[in-house]
Structures are given as C-alpha cells and as structure tokens.
Design a binder for this molecule. Structure first.
Ligand code: S3P
Length: 431
C-alpha cells in the first residue's frame, strides 16, 4: 500500500488516539506473571502488542477477549512454561527486551527472535546485566543480537548493582522485571530518567521500589496480585496529528490520552515552538494519568532540544524535524544518538525523508539541525518499514500542496492501525 496523504483544507478537530503501546506491553506481561485475575481494558490490540500476547501465550499464559478488552488469570512469576516453538517478537524491541527480564534464569529453555529489523538491534544492553544476575543466555555475535537463547536456570537470579549507560526504558524495565525474581534487592543507577510506566505499575501492585535521586532499588516479591487497568491513549500516536494541526494552523483536541510527564516532552517543545497546548488530567488507572490535550496553532519558530529532554520525547523526534521544516529559524536536536538503534537508523531516515520532499535536514553525530521554513514539494518517501517515519512523512503531507506518497505505509499498523481513518476523519485526503 503506497498511499498519498494530502490535506488541502488542513487537519484538525477532535481525536481519540489508539491505546498506549508501552503501557499495553507492560500490562500484558505483568498480568501474565501475576497470581490473580486481571482485566486490561482498551489494550492496543495490534502489531507489536499482538506479538507480546502471542509470545506470552506460547509461554503458557491464556488471554480471553472481553467486551472492554482482555482478561487473564496470571500463572505466577515462576509459572511460565517451556514454549514448544521459537518466540517471535516480530518488529517489537519492547517485546524483546522486556521479555528478556521475565525469561532470564527461568527453569526452561526459550529462544526469542524477531524480524529483519529487530535482529539488527542491540541486545547486549540487556544480555550483559542479565548474565551478571546469573542467567545463561546465548545469542548471535556473543549475545549482541537476537536470536537469543535462554538456557534453563535455577528459577531465581542474583541481585546486582547496574549502571544504565543509555537512558533506555526498555533496559530499565527488563532489569526491574528480573529484579522481581532476584534473591535480594537489585540496584539500577545511571541513566534511569526515561518513561516510568513500569515503576508506576509495580508500585501500584505493592512492589517496594525506592528511588534515591534517580537510583532505583527494587525488592523481590514472591508474587504479584491481580489487577485492573484501563489503558489510556498513546501520546506518541497523538503527536502525529498534533504536528499536522500545527503545520496546517488548525486546532486539535485529543481525548482519553495518556499525560504521564515522562512521555510529554513533545508538548513542552511544541509550546516553545509557538503552539498553545493545555492538558487536563481527568482520571488515573494503575498509576497512569489520562486526560484531554488541547492544541491551538501559533507562528512556529525554531528551538533547541537538549540531551536531558530527549528521553521524554524519544519517539517524537522525527516529528520535531517535520515541525522544524515548517518553523521560522533553526531547530536543533542534541543527544539523540539512540535514534540510530530504533526500527531503523532514524537520524538517517529523517534526513532521507526531508530530501525526498526537496527539503534539507543536516545530520550531526547525535542529532540534527534544520533551518526553516522550507518549501517542500510533493514526493515519495520510503520509510523502509519504520512505522514512525511512515507516519511522520504522512503528516508532512498535510503541509505539502500536492501531498506526500508513502511507500509501504502498512508498516504503521504496529502502533497505529487506524491512522488512515483518523487522517481522513480530521479532514485529510488519502488516495
Ligand atoms: C519504549 C521505550 C523506548 C521507545 C520505544 C518504547 C518502552 O525505547 O523508543 O518505542 O515501551 O519502554 P528505549 O527505552 O530503548 O529508548
């Protein structure tokens, strides 16, 4: 599917974004290893989260569909069983890295792999600390890449002190999951400032998790209780249409959206770039705040994003490049080298996307700068299977008179299955 995205009348109105991918992954995994009845309302039931569900089912979890989402009775922290086939995380780094924390040291043998993109993504960052905790893990190039193979272990792990060298919520969450089954408290220090969904959920489930100036100390538990969660909308998905509305100068209201501050950095930068953004928290579920975000356009101007801001907007950086192309002045992003290890080398892909539309984004080792406003022309973007690049290109189409064609747009389904429907319902055209 190679659709062309255009918005001759602009994009705006009101949107209910798809459910949060990060929160759904965690809810599925924690429900599977809980020791009680769990109800997950409004999970993201597509792409990456389907991969997580399928892997957990291969490990012995059983989910049943309910009118609002999914239900399961957890098998307990030691209750996962040996899968009879290789687990396939497909395109999902979060599935892979978080599952590693649940699989490490278990008494059974498991092999975990994924698609062509996933098997090039760095896994040493979880394998190394898990080995230090006593897990026996083999993998390609000495464990740097999937397929990863977990050899049978004693069921528990040794507590360690680990300094995170990169601000990765996936690595942090993997170690928090592993720490649940350690024989004593596990310390996670270093670059822990990243999305905190795992910390919020674990605390709500009664796990003792201390935070001393960013150094986390997790105490093991014998079991986790059952729980109910209502998954909020995904702010990273909403960010595509916030960008489109700002580029077109239209208003947008987003309902039922997650407003966790560790995910909201994009809103802060959008404000600095001239947008009027208000958020109103309306509810909370298992520690996750949700509410309404209202966006009004303003004259867009360039800004500088610092390394400290990057973890809270890591998935929205391609959109900052799109905004930068339409903003007056220079937009600079520093400290985003992690983007090279996402579903694609996203820094390269950002530059290639702009070039396909006659624009220019200058790459640096750790980010980029873009001087705007630039007049983009109609063109074809090849996101090479990266969902966030595909959707960033589509919303750039909202600001290009003859639109933007996106090759293989189907890859967007891993996080935003109804993107085309929403693009049209907000006033755009997809042909
Ligand atoms: C995620 C964390 C981020 C993010 C990814 C989802 C998560 O990755 O890019 O889309 O759910 O923990 P890193 O933690 O590796 O930066």
């Amino acid at each position: 599917m190679d659709p062309t995205f255009r918005a001759p009348r602009g994009l705006g109105g009101s949107l209910r974004p798809p459910s949060d991918k990060s929160i759904t992954h965690r809810a599925l995994m924690l429900a599977a290893v809980s020791s009680g009845q769990c109800r997950i309302a409004h999970p993201l039931a597509t792409g990456d989260c389907v991969s997580t569900r399928a892997c957990l089912e291969s490990l012995g979890a059983t989910f049943s569909d309910s009118p609002t989402g999914l239900e399961t009775r957890g098998v307990g922290l030691q209750g996962l069983r040996e899968p009879s086939r290789v687990l396939d995380a497909e395109n999902s780094g979060t599935t892979t890295r978080l599952l590693c924390g649940l699989l490490a040291g278990q008494k059974h043998f498991t092999v975990l792999t994924g698609d062509a993109s996933l098997t090039t993504r760095p896994m040493g960052r979880v394998v190394e600390p898990l080995r230090k905790m006593g897990a026996s893990i083999q993998g390609r190039e000495g464990g740097k890449y999937a397929p990863l193979c977990f050899l049978p272990g004693p069921g528990t792990l040794a507590p360690i002190e680990w300094m995170l060298p990169v601000p990765s919520a996936q690595v942090k969450s993997c170690l928090l999951f592993a720490g649940l089954r350690a024989s004593g408290p596990t310390t996670i220090g270093g670059m822990t400032a990243s999305r905190d969904h795992t910390e919020r959920m674990l605390r709500h489930l009664g796990v003792t998790l201390d935070d001393h100036d960013g150094t986390l100390l997790i105490h093991p538990v014998k079991s986790l209780p059952g729980f109910d969660i209502d998954v909020p909308g995904d702010i990273s998905s909403a960010a595509f249409f916030i960008t489109a509305a700002l580029v077109c100068g239209r208003e947008l209201s987003i309902d039922g959206c997650g407003v966790n501050p560790t995910r909201s950095g994009f809103l802060e930068v959008a404000r600095r770039m001239g947008a009027l953004v208000t958020t109103r928290q309306e509810r909370e579920s298992l520690g996750e705040p949700a509410g309404t975000i209202a966006v009004s356009p303003g004259d867009l101007r360039g800004t500088t994003v610092t390394p400290a801001e990057v973890p809270d907007l890591i998935d929205e950086i391609p959109l900052l490049a799109v905004l930068g192309l339409f903003a007056r002045g220079v937009t600079v992003v520093h400290g985003a080298e992690e983007l090279r290890f996402k579903e694609s080398d996203r820094l390269q892909m950002i530059a290639a996307m702009a070039e396909s539309l006659g624009g220019r984004v200058e790459l640096h080792e750790d980010g980029f700068s873009v001087e705007g406003p630039q007049v983009l022309r109609a063109g074809t973007v090849d996101p090479r299977g990266d969902h966030r690049i595909a959707m960033a290109a589509a919303v750039a189409g909202a600001g290009v008179r003859d639109g933007v064609k996106v090759r293989g747009f189907d890859c967007a389904r891993v996080s935003y299955p109804d993107f085309v429907r929403d693009f049209i319902s907000l006033g755009g055209e997809v042909a």
